[in-house]
Ligand binder design. Structure first.
Ligand SMILES: [Ca+2]
Ligand SMILES: [Ca+2]
Length: 180
């Protein structure tokens, strides 16, 4: 290898090392929040939104976020509701939780939307499990968990390109982990 090639290779290695060390350096500024840490390190023990606040460690869309409301609930006083969105838009609610293989996730949902066009969709690890639209008062849905460990639960309210109906949103409450 001639001198020029050696310099290029060496520069490349130095850049790579610098890049990797700066990643760790940058990551140290964005540690996991206490809420997220608690959710992924201990078995999920449910969420009923009765604190009246958006739960720690959960995520939602930056625009039109889901919010905790006392206007309706599956039980007690509070539930969480999708933010207001327009046509061809969506808003999601997501949480990473620690579950055992064979556990069942059960939750209450309510929808008031344009039937067959504007949907509440539930995902486990980005796989769509079920969807609901139209006028559905509080009901329960249950899904068995195939993989133990960290699972991502996600609810999305999704609108097609035109028209609205009802309250034009979805609500979730009483998310529970039922051991096998
Ligand atoms: Ca509740
Ligand atoms: Ca629509």
């Amino acid at each position: 290898m001639n001198y020029k090639a050696s310099v290029i290779v060496l520069s490349g290695i130095i850049c790579l090392l610098f890049f990797c060390s700066s990643c760790d350096f940058l990551m140290s500024f964005f540690p996991m929040s206490e809420g997220e840490y608690n959710l992924v390190t201990t078995l999920f023990n449910g969420e009923d939104f009765e604190s009246g606040n958006f739960p720690g460690g959960w995520e939602t869309s930056e625009e039109s976020p889901w919010f905790v409301t006392g206007s309706t609930a599956c039980s007690d006083s509070y539930s969480i509701r999708s933010g207001n969105i327009g046509d061809s838009d969506e808003t999601y609610l997501e949480v990473k939780v620690n579950l055992n293989k064979g556990d069942t996730i059960r939750f209450c949902y309510k929808v008031s939307s344009e039937s067959h066009y504007d949907y509440l969709i539930f995902y486990i690890n980005d796989v769509s499990m079920d969807s609901w639209s139209g006028e559905k008062d509080w009901s329960t849905a249950s899904f068995q968990i195939d993989d133990g460990g960290i699972n991502t639960l996600k609810w999305k309210y999704n609108k097609d390109f035109s028209d609205s109906n009802g309250s034009d949103c979805a609500w979730i409450d009483n998310i529970e982990r039922i051991p096998q």
